[in-house]
Design a protein around this ligand. Structure first.
Ligand SMILES: *Cc1c(COP(=O)(O)O)cnc(C)c1O
Length: 504
């Protein structure tokens, strides 16, 4: 090689953690008049006229839109570079507690992208989408089995949408019983923020309930909050501290004794998959996140899928249509006088249902049980490695996730957010920070079932090194991240005044 030629290295040899150099110019700045990434057939006066008559005149543009003029290759590089500036579950360990960011086997993507699925029109007659309807029917059956709640709707588009839909079902049920005065929803202080938000969206009133000193539902607090106006109690089990509600049977009995229902937030169902059926411990209705537990990619705002599962007595109120199987044919049943109606266009996010169907049928009962077992084993392994270096409240055992209290590190000058930023320099996505709210300086870690032991050891080594630095050289941590394309941002401004359009 000619030594005189200076080649700009992609990676800095002295610091292998330095990110690849990326081109930061926006696609608009790269625009050169006349450059094209496509070629269309020449316009003919006929098609031009046909378009003009087909589109209402007020919807026709007077001027061409201001789009960047770039070649296909520039577009490919631009988006590939952007993808390299972020961290995802396909690139790094991603222990985001309460969000189950696990690896989604690519075979399920392959199945979902078969032409027979992706080239289906939503208005196609039922006789031509028998395969899709069968996947709906069978996945609903499998989820009914796994939850012990046989009434299933796959329509809702996300976890929060599932909560909303299930609460509408609950409202319809109480209305039919002449109990529409039941308008309060009791929610533990560890709950996900979507729980109270969904209650409010349904015209119900959230009532916060304090957890006990073990981080679980306090029976006393529960009895105190329950009343004749309670519609339901929304419980997450295992809860967002990663703890199993070990008195859930008693909790259910008390709730039912007050004439209310037990709602189970099953967004992160992997912890108990195949081991515990919420229907068996008294849950009456729940939602599941296919984009957390059942192999649907997660993040970036969707599309997700949040099926709901309910007891028999609530099933008549489920969204319409229901997929039914009669005389060897699958069909959509719409004659449902008690249904709350549609909550999503057509069938919901069909491709997500196909992914989950592929996942469930591939793993089978034993495989799904292993998912739960490994999720819990991995979290406990990591907990054991970190227990000596970090304060982990609420005991030495957890389910699929656990929460660190980094108050000790804060007193050394390193806050939970600094630990999270330093992890970026070690090549890890940070865990959830400052949630649940009842743990100060919280770091909520969920390794998930898909990580191997070597990765858990590496992550633990990074966390242990950060604890050492906090005690000896806090500025090493507070200056992080130093190897990412951008260092610390004004997170408040990024959330409150995001610049999402060009030109601004
Ligand atoms: C993620 C999550 C939700 C909400 O799910 P979305 O799909 O993000 O709307 C609800 N509850 C818990 C416990 C969650 O982790």
């Amino acid at each position: 090689m000619n030594k005189n030629i200076q080649i700009s290295p992609l990676f800095d040899d002295d610091n292998p953690r330095v990110q690849p150099r990326v081109d930061t110019a926006t696609i608009f700045e790269k625009s050169v008049p006349g450059r094209r990434g496509f070629s269309l057939a020449a316009e003919s006066p006929d098609t031009d006229e046909a378009v003009k008559t087909a589109i209402p005149s007020q919807a026709l543009r007077a001027n061409a839109p201001a789009l960047p003029e770039v070649s296909e290759f520039s577009v490919v590089r631009h988006f590939t570079h952007l993808s390299m500036r972020t961290l995802g579950v396909d690139t790094v360990f991603y222990p985001l507690g309460s969000c189950t960011m696990k690896y989604n086997p690519k075979i399920n993507e392959d199945v979902a992208s078969l032409p027979g699925f992706v080239q289906t029109h939503p208005e196609q007659p039922e006789s031509t989408i028998q395969g899709i309807l069968q996947a709906y029917h069978d996945l609903a059956h499998a989820l009914g089995e796994l939850t012990g709640l046989p009434g299933v709707s796959l329509q809702p588009a996300a976890g929060a949408h599932g909560e909303f839909t299930a609460l509408l079902v609950l409202k319809a049920y109480f209305e039919q019983r002449g109990e529409s005065h039941r308008n309060k929803v009791i929610i533990p202080d560890t709950a996900h923020g979507t729980n109270p938000a969904s209650a409010i969206r349904c015209g119900l009133e959230p009532v916060e309930m304090k957890s006990d000193s073990r981080g679980r539902v306090s029976l006393e607090a529960l009895k105190e909050k329950l009343g004749p106006d309670t519609a339901c109690v929304m419980i997450t089990n295992p809860n967002t501290l990663g703890l199993f509600e070990d008195r859930i049977g008693e909790v259910a009995k008390i709730i039912h004794g007050a004439g209310a229902l037990l709602y189970m937030d099953g967004a992160n169902f992997n912890a108990i998959l195949g081991r515990v059926r919420p229907g068996d411990f008294g849950a009456d209705l729940m939602h599941i996140n296919l984009h957390k537990t059942f192999s649907v990619p997660h993040g970036g705002g969707g599309p997700g899928s949040g099926p709901i599962c309910v007891r028999d007595f609530l099933a008549p109120f489920l969204p319409s249509p229901h997929v039914v199987h009669e005389d060897g044919q699958y069909s959509l049943k719409t004659d449902l006088p008690h249904s709350i109606g549609k909550v999503r266009a057509f069938l919901g996010n069909v491709n997500n249902v196909i992914r989950s169907y592929a996942y469930v049928t591939q793993l089978g009962g034993d495989g799904l049980r292993q998912v739960g077992d490994h999720a819990v084993l991995n979290a406990n392994y990591l907990l054991a490695l970190l227990a000596g270096r970090y304060d982990i409240p609420f005991g030495r055992r957890c389910m699929h996730e656990f929460v660190i209290n980094a108050s000790k590190q804060k007193s050394q000058g390193v806050k939970a957010t600094d630990i999270a930023k330093k992890l970026l320099d070690y090549g890890f996505h940070p865990p959830t920070t400052y949630f649940p709210l009842i743990v100060p300086e919280a770091l909520m870690i969920e390794p998930t079932e898909t990580e191997n032991r070597e990765m858990l050891d590496l992550f633990a080594a990074a966390m242990i090194e950060i604890a050492r630095l906090a005690a000896t050289d806090a500025t090493e941590v507070t200056a992080a991240p130093q190897t990412t394309p951008v260092s610390r941002m004004d997170e408040l401004a990024a959330a409150r005044q995001p610049v999402v359009a060009w030109p601004d």
